[in-house]
Design a protein around this ligand. Sequence first.
Ligand code: ZN
Length: 110
Amino acid sequence: MSIMEATLEVAAGQARKAGADRICVVTLRIGSLSGVVPDALRFAFDALSPGTPAGGAELRIETVPASFWCSACQARFQADNLLAVCPSCQSLSRELLGGRELELTSLEVE
Ligand SMILES: [Zn+2]
């Protein structure tokens, strides 16, 4: 819940800055390792957005797979858990490049 509260505050602030009264679409990007469940976000959005500039807005959620760096292959690869094994050389990577993000990527306002 608190994640969504913070997100709605940021969204309202950005809408105000843009001189907009209403937000039509809120787009969030969440990493597959962020520990955030999209359904829980939608639930929180529906519960918290009425009465804010984002009330009635559409929530779009983009999920980003986790990506790792293999130092042996000098290549990036994707995996969905923290014990990531490079698909080319089977070595274990601990260099997480992305997958924990939770960010507001865009807003459409009017
Ligand atoms: Zn490798």
